[in-house]
Design a binder for this molecule. Sequence first.
Ligand SMILES: Nc1ncnc2c1ncn2[C@@H]1O[C@H](COP(=O)(O)OP(=O)(O)O)[C@@H](O)[C@H]1O
Ligand SMILES: C=C(OP(=O)(O)O)C(=O)O
Length: 384
Amino acid sequence: MKIQTHGREKPENGICHDDSAPLVKAKTIDELHSLQKKRLAPTTPIKEGAQQGNAAFATISEEERQKLQLQSIRFLVDFSKPKRKQFLRTRILEAPEPRLKNPLDAEEPKKNKKIIVEDEFDVKYKSFKKFDTVKEHSDHYFSIPEHLDGVPSCREIKYAGEMKKGLFGVMHYLMPKRNILSLHSSNNMGKYGDVALFFGLSGTGKTTLSTYHNRLLIGDDEHCWSENGIPNIEGGCYAKCINLTKEKEPDIWNAMKFGTGKCPIKLDMHFELEPFIFFCPNVCKFLAVLENIVFDEHTREVDYSDNSITENTRASYPIEYIPNAKIPCVGLHPKNVILLACDAFGVLPPASKLTLPQTMYHFISGYTALVHSPLHQAHRYACP
Ligand SMILES: Nc1ncnc2c1ncn2[C@@H]1O[C@H](COP(=O)(O)OP(=O)(O)O)[C@@H](O)[C@H]1O
Ligand SMILES: C=C(OP(=O)(O)O)C(=O)O
């Protein structure tokens, strides 16, 4: 269904407004939430003790809510306390032991076991002795249960993004407790210090638009918004590189090139060629990393147009490789907040200036026609 826009006067600034929908009468996030609770209230009665989405949130205590929140964050905890694992617990999770009880199960976790809350559907106890790194944990556990995704589980396609998104999930748990908002957004800054914040789900253009050469890049994906402004929490970028060209996205292209070309070790195969997955073993310098790209094994030339492994090919590089990066990656409160959406159905106008309630509505909706994470995409594209 298309929104009828004809008959309306074109605004002077050329921006198309669609005011046909009734205004959402909410001025604060709390008011918006309470409206949503009303709208989303189930028509069937909730069984006593059942915890079903928003309706349950409306009535439960803070303690219960926190338990539910724990269920939606996949996390791991070590009870055996060797030093390295202790580090994982205190530095990454900061979860005190009483919270570590399985919220769905009265049984206490056994010693020498870690608890993983996989998601709201599935809780498991596992021994982790065979895994050594956070990356391995995340590879193993941050997977979509087969019955949820509807496709067979495929592990051929790996993404560093699985780890970064996993830890971002942990930030979504930790930061709100400190009155800090963690945001899936990109940010950049104009020459007068004006910060623009771009919200948007995967593929809507956060990385591309924030890496605009006339503005300073604060970060392309994960930020926190505190009382003091907006710090990036990554220090690097994770750009899509399907169909990447030097002409279309020169800064991203050069960042990858810079990463490989700068390596002080003589790497005949890499110099002056396309960027290639590489971690320099001698200087431990982190170079640009390409994931799931197709390249010629002899020349090592990358074919960015090849989507035979996945449409979601990726490049990670340190943010310093973008010449206009703002170091340290911190900005003041944003002057403009832009919600990006990829609308394949022609429902949304190309650009709209939103009122505050509309902004809140679209923030919560997070509409996009795209699938929303490398993990989801890995599964979809790897298993057609
Ligand atoms: N006008 C445009 N704005 C933003 N992205 C565009 C545009 N045209 C094409 N693209 C492509 O769409 C994709 C946007 O991806 P990206 O910026 O990585 O999104 P995100 O960071 O939100 O996941 C890139 O592959 C980019 O080349
Ligand atoms: C890695 C991700 O970030 P983005 O695709 O927005 O770059 C993601 O959302 O899964």
